[in-house]
Design a protein around this ligand. Structure first.
Ligand SMILES: Nc1ncnc2c1ncn2[C@@H]1O[C@H](COP(=O)(O)OP(=O)(O)OP(=O)(O)O)[C@@H](O)[C@H]1O
Length: 460
């Protein structure tokens, strides 16, 4: 933690504690003014009641009874809501069927549900089921939104590099959905305790916190009532902090784990792909972006696409990778060809380090760290890429493309943002690590084509 952050946090914590103290004093003064423990017990009365309750085994048994049911209801709701959201994201029919049912559950008052649940299931586990029903839509809708909002450019990246399902899930889906899940949890977790204790208050299961609060109400033990309320607030707070901390910790850790466990990925034999285009016209939605071109790129050859801004270089590269369909003409590429690419805009997993980003798609034989060290300073290698400069991020992408297990390398203006020296180093890096694979590169700089010794294809 930086010194500025610590300096800001301490006064904030202190002022928060003083605010709590202020309201406790107001509560104490109000109870002294009312002067009746039955009507308004003060904080000291509640503390005395708490001191009486805490040493008893029954107190801990009641907390355990309620905690187990509320935690179980919440956990099952999370698991089912996430699975259902994944299915709804994948299949429109599931989304259509789930929407009205979950919207109805969301708007039904807990008290009405609990009465029906008591008739069906009895009182013992009523809190678990009530919590489950409350948390299910609370998690389902935000997770579905997170899945719908996954960055399509990153989807393309994982698809192009042929990432397996596990890598895509841990390095792309989890970091994309987690902010939605964490934000939803900050509301759902405290609510689950409110719903659970409310259900126990109605069902009054033996040995629960709800039963104790109900008895305190019947016997007008206001101090006990407040003591139990304090206990519920504290346990709910600890529960919320524990779950949120676990979620926040597993968020970047998931991608890191995926990067470090690519042991199964070994370098495949290059297919020796030759790319042949005849009268190929690239474009978007059937509209050509450039004139028809002919070219042939064999293993070890380099083709430099050159043209003014908007001429269609990026569109041509996307057509070669198969992300876009040709508007007309022929493009011949062997079926199993594996591509690696630097896209025009940066596409990195922001929470991962440069090495982890490279290792996501590299075979285990490749020494990602050594390759990165050829282009980046040592102190940049340990930070998440979100903390790197634009030029450093560009170099990480370049290393990732050259380190990946690919037959063809495509680079779309890969030297953008690099100063003269790093530009030259990057050019030399490409030549050194191309390993006889065909390279197609888009650039505005004729010197790049000369330095790489590539053929030039004018795009217009
Ligand atoms: N998603 C898209 N949908 C429709 N048209 C697009 C899309 N992306 C780009 N275009 C159009 O296709 C044409 C070619 O764009 P492209 O990005 O391929 O050019 P470029 O040569 O790579 O340009 P630059 O050097 O500026 O990167 C432009 O007229 C652009 O407006």
């Amino acid at each position: 933690m930086s010194r500025t952050t610590t300096q800001n946090t301490l006064p904030r914590r202190l002022s928060g504690m003083l605010a709590v103290l202020f309201w406790i004093v107001v509560w104490q003064l109000a109870s002294m003014a009312v002067a009746s423990e039955f009507i308004l017990a003060g904080p000291l009365d509640a503390l005395r009641a708490l001191a009486r309750l805490v040493p008893t085994a029954a107190f801990w048994g009641q907390i355990a009874f309620s905690f187990l049911r509320i935690a179980a209801g919440t956990a099952v709701a999370y698991a089912l809501a996430i699975a259902l959201a994944a299915a709804a994201h994948r299949w429109a029919l599931v989304r259509t069927l789930a929407a009205p049912a979950l919207s109805a559950i969301k708007s039904t008052p807990v008290a009405c549900v609990v009465v029906v649940l008591l008739i069906w299931f009895g009182s013992r586990n009523v809190s678990a089921i009530a919590v489950f029903l409350m948390a299910l839509p609370g998690i389902y809708f935000p997770v579905l939104k997170g899945l719908d909002e996954l960055d399509p450019q990153m989807e393309e990246l994982f698809c192009l590099y042929r990432a397996d399902a596990r890598t895509r899930l841990l390095a792309h889906v989890v970091p994309g959905v987690m902010p939605y899940l964490v934000a939803a949890s900050a509301t759902v977790l405290p609510m689950s305790w409110k719903a659970g204790v409310a259900a126990e208050l109605i069902g009054v299961p033996d040995g629960s916190i709800g039963e104790r609060i109900y008895q305190a109400k019947l016997l007008l033990e206001t101090a006990d009532l407040f003591a139990w309320t304090i206990v519920v607030v504290l346990v709910a707070w600890v529960f919320e902090r524990a779950v949120l901390s676990a979620l926040n910790a597993c968020w970047p850790a998931a991608g890191r784990w995926a990067a470090l466990h690519q042991n199964g990925r070994t370098a495949a034999t290059p297919t020796g792909a030759t790319i042949v285009a005849r009268q190929l016209r690239a474009g978007h939605a059937g509209t050509a972006a450039c004139r028809a071109v002919d070219f042939e790129v064999a293993p070890g050859e380099i083709l430099c696409l050159m043209g003014s801004s908007g001429a269609g270089k990026t569109t041509m590269l996307s057509t070669i990778t198969g992300l876009l369909s040709p508007v007309s003409g022929n493009l011949s590429i062997p079926d199993e060809t594996r591509f690696a690419a630097v896209f025009q805009e940066t596409r990195l997993v922001d929470d991962l380090t440069p090495e982890e980003n490279v290792r996501l798609f590299a075979p285990r034989e490749r020494n990602a760290r050594a390759m990165l060290a050829e282009l980046l300073p040592q102190d940049a290698l340990g930070s998440p890429v979100r903390e790197l400069s634009g030029g450093q991020r560009r170099r990480v992408e370049l290393v990732r493309a050259l380190a990946a297990d690919a037959d063809v390398v495509l680079l779309d203006e890969p030297f953008t943002g690099l100063d003269g020296k790093t530009h030259q180093e990057a050019l030399a890096f490409v030549t050194r690590h191309l390993d006889g694979r065909p390279l197609i590169i888009s650039t505005h700089d004729k010197q790049d084509a000369l330095a790489l010794g590539g053929k030039i294809l004018a795009i217009s």
